[in-house]
Design a protein around this ligand. Structure first.
Ligand SMILES: [Fe+2]
Length: 260
């Protein structure tokens, strides 16, 4: 590390509310796609930037994250890295990675953090030297992924791991769900002035057709109810002053699942 060339990150909408993300290392010329939600927009961005796709880093097996794996591999002969916990479900996977593995990407090292809950094998990719993490469907702006395959406790443990990342970490997420998340978050913590302000800001951004991501760990710590399970005001609202963090998380997640 330390060659001084910053990582270049391009984020763009795919499908309806998925994010495509390309990362590019100017030093080596390597380019990777974080997940592969849709072939067309990813190829359009590669063409616009005049980048050749060298790798895909898959976070989990859901169709809206792997749909373009095989078409992109056919077009670019890129290599595909994905979670060992669900490798059999990742189309075209070449390399399976697990907790603590380090991937060399040009002049950058990428650390693998297992973040199960949304799916059993879900991984996040963390680049310490760039202070950026790709968390897909684990954390969203003011929200978190639905707990589809795992348990609430498993998902909470995953969020706790990500909470250990530095506050200034930029978080790239799998979906633009921010406005709906903000409306729900306000039901859990209506007295949080940072949340009230951010909810207004993101409504305005969306009204202008802009996206609301990436976010930062610092901002999520202040406004994301799923990361604030130890906040006395939230515990009081839920009547769970003596519950464990995982129990509070499970209650908030359950309320979000029922929220209209
Ligand atoms: Fe998903």
């Amino acid at each position: 590390m330390g060659c001084g060339m910053a990582l270049v990150i391009e984020q763009f909408i795919c499908r309806t509310d998925n994010f495509g993300v390309l990362i590019h290392d100017p030093g080596s010329g390597l380019t990777a796609s974080i997940d592969a939600p849709e072939e067309g927009p990813i190829r359009a961005k590669l063409a616009e930037k005049k980048w050749h796709l060298s790798e895909i880093f898959t976070t989990h097996h859901h169709g809206d994250h792997v749909e373009a794996n095989l078409p992109l591999k056919a077009a670019f002969d890129c290599s595909i890295t994905g979670p060992s916990g669900e490798a059999a479900k990742i189309p075209g996977i070449d390399k399976a990675v697990s907790e603590g593995d380090t991937i060399v990407f040009g002049g950058f090292e990428i650390e693998v953090i297992e973040t199960p809950g949304h799916t059993l094998g879900h991984v996040s990719y963390w680049i310490p030297s760039a202070r950026v993490a790709f968390v897909a469907d684990t954390i969203f702006a003011m929200g978190c992924g639905r707990v589809i395959e795992g348990t609430p406790e498993m998902m909470w443990n995953s969020l706790e791991k990500l909470l250990a990342l530095p506050d200034e970490t930029a978080l790239y997420c799998g979906h633009e769900y921010t406005v709906a998340n903000a409306r729900f978050a306000l039901t859990i913590e209506p007295g949080n002035a940072d949340l009230v302000r951010r909810a207004k800001e993101v409504e305005q951004l969306r009204a202008e057709g802009k996206v609301t991501l990436p976010t930062t760990m610092a901002l999520e710590k202040r406004t994301n109810p799923f990361l604030r399970v130890n906040e006395p005001a939230i515990r009081a609202t839920l009547g769970m002053s003596n519950a464990t963090p995982a129990e509070v998380f499970a209650e908030i997640r359950g309320r979000k699942d029922r929220f209209k």
